[in-house]
Design a protein around this ligand. Structure first.
Ligand SMILES: Cc1cc2nc3c(=O)[nH]c(=O)nc-3n(C[C@H](O)[C@H](O)[C@H](O)COP(=O)(O)OP(=O)(O)OC[C@H]3O[C@@H](n4cnc5c(N)ncnc54)[C@H](O)[C@@H]3O)c2cc1C
Length: 283
């Protein structure tokens, strides 16, 4: 039985996650589809060197792909490298990712790779580049707070890389990352311009109204394919209007008992979320 603090936190966190189980995730994916949003399902959990856990996370993604196919869910999965082996060793990560991709390929399913904190960036990008020629329906996340993302993007695009652009959720040091919000936003805009100029099949992963307006303006002359990607429970007001405007929109839906760290990140992003928590405690 979870303690009182966990139960109160969970009450707030529930807006950002589907729940504890794969069944919860499948149900929320159908809900998203009913709102004309595609679903990007992510099993929470990261940074694990534990071999048993790594195998069970990998197998869970295989099950998820199976359910997506069987229930005709419009959507896909997004995996965290350090969840399926990268925190143990890169070759284990690569072989587990290949297992997932083989399963996805049976139905031409697209797979996304999340980007984690900077110790994992190089191996994540390198493994992506190694695998991409055999599995072109594979996308990777790049973070605008990371100084290296500009050169990663320039490197990935000519090779057919498909990129989800986000601001970056992990605290990083000044050597590798921009820390001022204005610098991160400026870099996001710069990378987004590159995506609209040279990219195709990319994801604009932000809830930032100013950047979204700029993306809409750039989309007017863009002939390729892209989608907006937003997190479950954030800017729900915006999602139907983007759909109505005719854009393809995906909702990223995490689930799993490891919801606490994910929710802490969402709290950190906005002071008002801490107020939500306090309100849930005070009833
Ligand atoms: C689909 C998707 C996938 C992602 N994948 C990754 C990944 O693989 N790696 C990674 O490091 N990060 C990932 N992120 C998280 C991302 O890096 C940011 O932490 C997160 O999106 C918040 O940044 P923002 O672009 O919305 O801008 P912000 O400047 O943080 O927010 C802009 C506006 O959005 C709204 N908003 C933002 N966050 C919240 C919140 N928590 N609660 C309520 N309102 C909020 C507010 O109106 C705010 O003013 C992903 C984000 C999305 C949307």
């Amino acid at each position: 039985m979870p303690g009182i603090t966990e139960r109160l936190l969970y009450r707030v966190a529930k807006r950002w996650i589907a729940g504890y189980s794969l069944e919860d995730a499948v149900k929320v994916a159908h809900d998203a589809n009913n709102r004309k949003l595609r679903a990007i399902l992510n099993r929470l959990g990261e940074h694990t060197p534990d071999q048993k856990l790594i195998q069970s996370y990998t197998e869970e993604y295989l099950k998820l792909l199976d359910r997506i196919r069987a229930e005709k869910i419009e959507g896909t999965i997004s995996v965290k490298p350090s969840q399926i082996g990268l925190a143990a060793n890169p070759s284990l990560y690569k072989s587990n990712l290949l297992r997932i991709l083989e399963e996805a390929a049976t139905d031409d399913e697209f797979v996304w790779i999340d980007m984690e904190n900077s110790p994992y960036t190089e191996a994540t990008v390198q493994t992506y580049l190694e695998i991409l020629p055999s599995y072109p329906r594979l996308g990777i996340c790049l973070q605008a707070n990371m100084k290296r993302s500009e050169s990663d993007l320039k490197n990935l695009l000519p090779r057919g890389g498909r990129v989800r652009l986000v601001k970056g959720a992990y605290p990083e040091n000044a050597e590798v990352a921009y820390s001022k919000r204005s610098d991160v936003d400026a870099n996001y805009l710069k990378l987004m311009k590159t995506l609209f100029a040279e990219g195709d099949h990319f994801g604009i992963g932000t809830h930032d109204g100013k950047l979204l307006d700029k993306a809409r303006a750039m989309a007017r002359d863009f002939k390729g394919a892209f989608e907006f990607q937003l997190l479950k429970g954030i800017r729900d007001d915006l999602k139907p209007s983007l759909v109505e405007e005719g854009y393809r929109v995906s909702e990223y839906i995490p689930y799993g008992p490891e919801w606490y760290n994910y929710s802490k990140r969402r709290m950190r992003e906005r002071k008002r979320n801490v107020l939500l928590l306090l309100r849930s405690i005070t009833g």
